[in-house]
Design a protein around this ligand. Structure first.
Ligand code: URA
Length: 228
């Protein structure tokens, strides 16, 4: 393996995040989150049931041309009863193949970030602004984001989490309804329909810029505090 080996780099970033959390454990901060699912399976299944018609609509959506080139619609992963929702940009190649958000390299890093927070991937809810892969992983067009936005809003309304973490510029812009510089707004607290919204860097950006993990960890700690 060379220093630039992607797997090695991913493991290094995850190791660093873990070492931050080990340090934080001493102060008790990383041991604070009770997943909503443990508060009652009945309401969990109710939210899942409420999401079903939304998912059904997505699975036959033709609101923009991306349905023609996608392999699979990518609706969500995780717990509809979660108190924390992560929102990404759009499915990439791996997600398109599997029909599950954040399962490629960026997704593996997101999973490590969640674990560094003292949670498991299945304790949070994960989705994207766009439910179909844009060709060649290009950024979503504004009209594609607009066409898909209703689904995202309904997902959020049903889940009604305590915190939304927007991963990167596109998720932040979709919910804040304005153009943003992610470097300027990351880590700040916004209010979105009664939910605390905190933008942070996208894990794909972290893979390209590992030093930014320090800022992401600050943002994740802020989220942990709010959830506790
Ligand atoms: N990037 C995203 O924004 N979403 C995914 O599901 C995967 C990569």
């Amino acid at each position: 393996m060379t220093a630039s080996d992607p797997k090695k780099e991913l493991a290094r970033i995850a190791r660093d995040l873990r070492s931050y959390v080990e340090a934080e454990k001493a102060s008790g901060i990383a041991d604070v989150i009770t997943p909503a699912r443990r508060r009652g399976a009945a309401s969990g299944s109710k939210k899942a049931a409420l999401l079903e018609p939304v998912k059904k609509e997505v699975l036959s959506c033709q609101r923009c041309p991306l349905y023609k080139t996608k392999k699979n619609y990518v609706f969500s992963d995780g717990d509809p009863e979660a108190r924390l929702v992560f929102i990404g940009e759009a499915p990439g190649e791996d997600e398109d193949i599997q029909g599950i958000p954040f399962v490629g390299r960026a997704g593996q890093l997101l999973t490590k970030m969640i674990e560094a927070m003292g949670l498991r991937r299945q304790d949070v809810y994960i989705c994207n602004v766009i439910k179909c892969r844009p060709p060649n992983n290009r950024a979503p067009l504004p009209e594609e984001a607009a066409a898909c936005k209703g689904y995202l809003l309904r997902q959020i309304e049903i889940i009604a989490p305590k915190v939304i973490c927007c991963l990167g510029k596109h998720a932040s812009e979709a919910l804040l309804d304005t153009e943003v510089f992610i470097t300027k707004i990351r880590g700040k607290e916004f209010e979105f329909n009664g939910v605390t919204l905190i933008p942070t860097y996208h894990p794909a950006y972290l893979l390209r810029n590992p030093p930014a993990k320090k800022e992401v960890w600050i943002d994740l700690k802020k989220i942990i505090k709010i959830l506790s």
